[in-house]
Design a protein around this ligand. Structure first.
Ligand code: ADP
Length: 514
């Protein structure tokens, strides 16, 4: 094992987890490896693949990913090919011929290939002792990126290669997904290898700013030399943010599924080669990109679940140097994600599952606990971790102030005017603004008029948003309503601690209750 590591890959030592997984495979068992992005999962099947007689079949969901791996194996003098839907028939036949003649050490295929009869015939005639499922979370219907074609392979595979040995690797599997993969691929408990999902060089923060564009602009201006990805939920918003940054003299490229193939490739290339430092993209961007020095990943919107979030931020800091992962989001994003779920073609049971995951994503967004520990716990309930001391929660924990009385004043105003006032009006009344619309509606004679006149609009807005996020008040159709939970504060059952907005503009108000 070590000789191969050195001879073919030029590395001296195995990284954490690799050796155990490889030994398990060599001992003849199926195995599942759950290792963070960038930790070297490919070697876990490439090294046994080099030791076995015959061809190792690697099932991988993305063409670009396969191509990169094949190129890198070829550079090391290893015979590897991939088969994909864009290939000419002649090339395809050539590769299949080499498979049957035993000339390939590795063959990469997309799961859909198992629907192809010619391919299946070739597999039947080839010597294939070992199959690797890359991005194995795609197998599980409880994973965040379930691909039905992945699951339908399993019975095919059992019929075609009844004795084949299997390895599955992924960076993102909750315990539920892990168990599901084990069951589907027949992997014993003692053949599951996990390392902590914690990555200490990633500095996580959640920032509740409602001026997201300005935040991004000032953040980037401080680090023009660094590479970063800004993830945005919709194509239209990608374009909008790109124009905004361009107008402010920040060069950037965009990437989303609506662009032509050539434009997508060109833009990706500009980013990877450092010609342009910033890419603004939907979640279509990133898989298979091996750029080690991505220094920050900003999420303009709330992702649908923590697995997607973890996978996307996993692209930062592969060189192990400190990198920022900043989540910006507003209440509006929650509605968008709920809309995506409602609209999805899925069973009700699956939709409920997605809602639960969204709910956990929201909890991450508003937790006052250590963000890094929150993620670790999400993936592995039993793992005990110390607070990281560097995420926005840990940093702001020391700077909280009691804000219960301010919160109570906000809720008292909402109680008296239930459902009549917009969020903006609530803020104006509390700040005691003599605007025309306030005077015309007689709101300047309201009992709570001006009670928060010593605070800036941004402070009050931030506190109101925080109360909405934490479920202490409801805002629907831009009308503020009281909810049952409001009574906890109104009746002095809970105290609210926050880091006021004015104290650090760049970090979120962090509310904790006791
Ligand atoms: P993953 O699939 O887990 O995201 P990769 O398999 O692409 O990660 O590996 C990430 C990088 O780490 C690659 O450049 C790989 O060559 C390198 N790598 C893997 N194993 C080792 C090792 N034992 N020592 C040094 N570098 C390694």
């Amino acid at each position: 094992m070590e000789a191969i590591l050195k001879e073919y890959f030029g590395y001296e030592k195995f990284r954490y987890g690799q050796q155990e997984i490889i030994e398990n495979i060599l001992a003849g068992d199926n195995a599942l490896g759950i290792l963070p992005t960038g930790s070297g999962k490919s070697l876990c099947y490439q090294i046994p693949g080099l030791m076995f007689e015959g061809t190792t079949l690697v099932i991988s969901p993305l063409i670009s990913l396969m191509q990169d791996q094949v190129d890198s194996l070829k550079r090391r003098g290893i015979s590897a090919e991939c088969i994909n839907s864009t290939m000419a028939k002649r090339d395809l036949n050539d590769v299949m011929g080499r498979l049957v003649r035993g000339e390939l050490q590795f063959l990469y295929v997309a799961p859909e290939r198992f629907n192809n009869e010619e391919f299946k015939t070739a597999v039947r005639h080839a010597e294939i002792p070992f199959v690797a499922f890359d991005e194995a979370h795609c197998i599980s219907k409880w994973g965040h990126d379930f691909r039905p074609s992945y699951q339908s392979i399993i019975p095919e595979l059992k019929a075609l290669l009844p004795d084949v040995q299997i390895i599955a690797v992924t960076a993102t599997a909750t315990e539920e997904v892990e168990e599901n993969i084990q069951e589907l691929l027949n992997i014993k408990n003692n053949a599951v290898f996990k390392t902590s999902v914690r990555r200490d060089n990633l500095k996580l923060s959640v920032n509740g700013t409602y001026q997201r564009e300005q935040f991004i602009l000032s953040y980037i201006k401080e680090r023009l030399e660094q590479s970063g990805i800004i993830y945005v939920s919709t194509r239209a918003e990608v374009e909008k943010l790109s124009v905004y940054l361009t107008d402010n003299n920040i060069e950037n490229v965009i990437y989303h599924g609506g662009l032509g193939k050539k434009e997508r490739n060109d833009n990706q290339q500009k980013f990877v080669s450092d010609e342009v430092k910033i890419v603004i993209a939907t979640n279509a961007f990133g898989m298979g990109i091996d750029k080690p020095d991505i220094r920050y990943i900003i999420h303009f919107n709330l992702p649908g679940d923590l697995e997607s979030y973890y996978q996307e931020i996993g692209r930062a800091g592969r060189d192990s140097r400190p990198s920022d992962c900043i989540l910006l989001s507003t209440q509006r994003d929650v509605n968008l994600q709920q809309f995506f779920i409602d609209r999805a073609t899925a069973t009700d049971q699956y939709k409920d599952h997605m809602r639960e995951k969204l709910d956990l994503m929201l909890q991450y967004n508003k937790t006052s606990k250590c963000l890094s520990s929150f993620i670790v716990k999400y993936f592995n309930h039993d793992e005990y971790v110390e607070a990281c001391g560097q995420c926005s929660s840990c940093l702001s924990a020391e700077r909280t102030e009691p804000m219960t009385s301010e919160a109570r004043l906000i809720l008292e105003l909402v109680q008296e005017t239930d459902g009549q006032l917009s969020k903006e009006l609530v803020i104006q009344v509390l700040r005691g603004e003599n605007a025309d619309n306030i005077v015309a509606r007689g709101l300047d004679s309201q009992e709570r008029f001006g009670v928060l006149d010593s605070y800036r609009t941004s402070d009050v807005n931030h506190l109101v948003e925080e109360l909405i996020m934490r479920g202490y008040v409801h805002c629907a159709g831009n009308r503020m309503h009281l909810v049952e939970k409001s009574l906890d504060i109104l009746n002095r059952k809970v105290k609210l601690y926050t880091v006021p907005y004015r104290k650090h503009y760049n970090e979120r108000v962090n509310v904790s209750t006791d």
